[in-house]
Ligand binder design. Structure first.
Ligand SMILES: CC(=O)N[C@H]1[C@@H](OP(=O)(O)OP(=O)(O)OC[C@H]2O[C@@H](n3ccc(=O)[nH]c3=O)[C@H](O)[C@@H]2O)O[C@H](CO)[C@@H](O)[C@@H]1O[C@H](C)C(=O)N[C@@H](C)C(=O)N[C@H](CCC(=O)O)C(=O)O
Ligand SMILES: Nc1ncnc2c1ncn2[C@@H]1O[C@H](COP(=O)(O)OP(=O)(O)OP(=O)(O)O)[C@@H](O)[C@H]1O
Ligand SMILES: N[C@H](CCC[C@H](N)C(=O)O)C(=O)O
Ligand SMILES: [Mg+2]
Length: 486
């Protein structure tokens, strides 16, 4: 990267000491990552103002500073003053990585629920159709078939650009990625031209971050506002916010609606769904009406990419979706309960999953729901989650999710406030104990839903993460029960 190229991308208000002595090596948004020759960009964050770290960055060897203030330093450093640093981090990161986004067909999926499921389905269809695809999201990163850990749903612009570079080098043609509202609000995907962008739905979550639902919806809309005309917006038109997402969108539109009967659900049972979208019949092993939306959107996304309808439908009939979403935990044995692990951690998701299980259960079966709510996150969703579970469950165990830095019993108390009657509600703070007890007490006619943590293999308590996997604990308890002959 040359200083002239960098200045061109920045469209600066002011530049000083452009002819500094030295070379540009890397790009950093965090002063702690700065090395000799780094370009450091100061971003005003949610916790601190990156402008506080200009001296720190220079001390560590930064040669160029990009900031929103006129800044004077005696050091031999180029200072580029710009209007908005946050919006520039993406384009600069892309340029440093050799503009990998331009060499990928990028598919972005946003919405409160269903991003991971839909993104995973699209990735699975692309792979089944012989395409070279990568995936970024909550559960993991997949560079072609290689699986790597994922820390955030949508990474920061530098990590994102570096991941894209690795994908391009590995021969990937497509990137399917989840785009969170935090990422949109913080411009983490600025400068990326999406080939297809999809909206799943909007319901309450993250009100600790976004001021209210309107602000949350506006953040999601950014993805569609920035689409080029040549791209396609795939929208769940049955969601009340679907129309809003398209308000300022120049892209082509592909709408999914079961309500206006442009698409149909032919079958919705415990062994899967059959839907018709654009006259194509699609069968999927995923269950529940909410998954009809995920499968339907995955189909429309793949159609927008130009894949053959029959090939997509064939691939979807084998696509299992994402780990930890309606994932059954099975063990050989008699009279064992059906145990399902799911990632529902919002009122809407919990309602959808509970209503689905309640509608597919047999007359003699009962539904037990074990759930909690995350600490240091939107606390107003807690009583609403209680209401969602109470509507469909026969028995409820309220427990801890990831308390993070909060007192788990106070989170549980917030949830308990949402129940009108507590007759079938128990609380067991220790999640392991809650799962063990539910399974030990259950008979073969019970369906036990363990909600909230899905694929997570940790629990964060007192700010520390410990290994914890709902599926592992459930499997151990079921094995013990099977061995005991109960
Ligand atoms: C609340 C939030 O979203 N924070 C994200 C945000 O950081 P921030 O703006 O709060 O950073 P800050 O601490 O205020 O610092 C401001 C700036 O000063 C810099 N700094 C800071 C300290 C220092 O010594 N030197 C320095 O240069 C920081 O690097 C930053 O550029 O920008 C960072 C870089 O992109 C993110 O890593 C960070 O994610 C944190 C780790 C996080 O936990 N985010 C979660 C809430 C999140 O984003 N989740 C979503 C949603 C998931 C879902 O849909 O459910 C996700 O995409 O995963
Ligand atoms: N289309 C949908 N509508 C409503 N609920 C859904 C939908 N799809 C999945 N869910 C529920 O939401 C949970 C989370 O699904 P998924 O992981 O696909 O969403 P996500 O948007 O990626 O969530 P996150 O933002 O937490 O990563 C699932 O376990 C299921 O309970
Ligand atoms: N990306 C979501 C995941 C929530 C998962 C749930 N298990 C929790 O910890 O609240 C968040 O960070 O809000
Ligand atoms: Mg996700």
């Amino acid at each position: 990267m040359t200083i002239d190229k960098l200045i061109e991308i920045c469209n600066p208000l002011h530049v000083t000491n452009k002819d500094f002595d030295g070379e540009i090596t890397t790009f950093a948004i965090d002063s702690r990552e700065v090395k000799e020759g780094t370009v450091f960009i100061a971003i005003r964050g949610t916790q601190v103002d990156g402008h506080m770290f200009l001296e720190d960055a220079i001390g560590r060897g930064a040669k160029v500073i990009i900031c929103e203030e006129s800044y004077y330093t005696e050091a031999d450093v180029c200072v580029i003053e710009v209007e908005n640093t946050q919006k520039l981090a993406g384009p600069i990161a892309q340029a440093f990585a050799g503009n990998p986004a331009e060499q990928l067909k990028v598919i972005g999926i946003t919405g409160t629920n269903g991003k991971t499921t839909t993104a995973t389905l699209v990735y699975q269809v692309l792979c089944a159709c012989g395409e070279k695809a990568s995936l970024l999201g909550t559960v993991s990163k997949r560079i072609l078939e290689e699986v790597l850990d994922s820390k955030l749903t949508t990474s920061d612009p530098i990590e994102l650009a570096n991941d894209m570079k690795t994908m391009v080098e590995a021969g990937s043609d497509y990137l399917v990625m989840e785009v969170s509202s935090h990422a949109l609000d913080q411009d983490r995907v600025a400068g990326i031209d999406f080939e297809v962008a999809a909206f799943t739905n909007l319901s309450q979550d993250h009100l600790d971050y976004h001021e209210n639902l309107d602000e949350y919806a506006k953040a999601k809309k950014i993805l569609f506002d920035n689409l080029p005309e040549s791209s396609t917006a795939v929208i769940n038109a049955d969601d009340v916010q679907g129309e809003f997402m398209l308000k300022d969108c120049k892209a082509g539109k592909s709408l999914l609606s079961f309500d206006n009967e442009s698409a149909h659900i032919l079958k919705n049972s415990s062994d899967g769904i059959t839907i018709v979208v654009n006259e194509e019949k699609i069968e999927s092993p995923l269950i529940g009406t909410f998954n009809a939306y995920n499968v339907g959107e995955a189909f429309l996304i793949c159609r927008a990419l130009g894949l053959d309808a029959k090939d997509i439908a064939a691939a979807l009939s084998n696509a299992k979706g994402a780990a930890g979403r309606m994932e059954p935990v099975t063990v050989e044995g008699d009279n064992l309960p059906i145990v399902i692990v799911d990632y529902a951690h919002t009122p809407d998701a919990l309602e959808n999953v509970c209503s689905t299980l309640s509608s597919v259960k047999e007359a003699n079966q009962t539904l037990t729901v074990i759930f909690g709510a995350g600490g240091d996150r939107d606390s107003s969703k807690r009583p609403k989650m209680a209401k969602a579970a109470a509507e469909f469950a026969d028995k409820i165990i309220v427990t801890s999710d990831n308390p993070r830095t909060e007192n788990p019993d106070l989170i549980i108390a917030d949830i308990l406030d949402g129940f009108e009657v507590l007759d079938n509600v128990k609380s067991i703070t220790d999640r392991r104990q809650a799962i063990q007890q539910a399974i030990a007490d259950a008979n073969g006619n019970e369906i036990i839903l363990i909600a909230g943590k899905g694929h997570e293999d940790y629990q964060e308590v007192d700010g520390k993460r410990h290994h914890f996997d709902d599926r592992e604990i459930a499997r151990e308890s079921l094995t013990q029960k099977a061995g005991g002959g109960n």
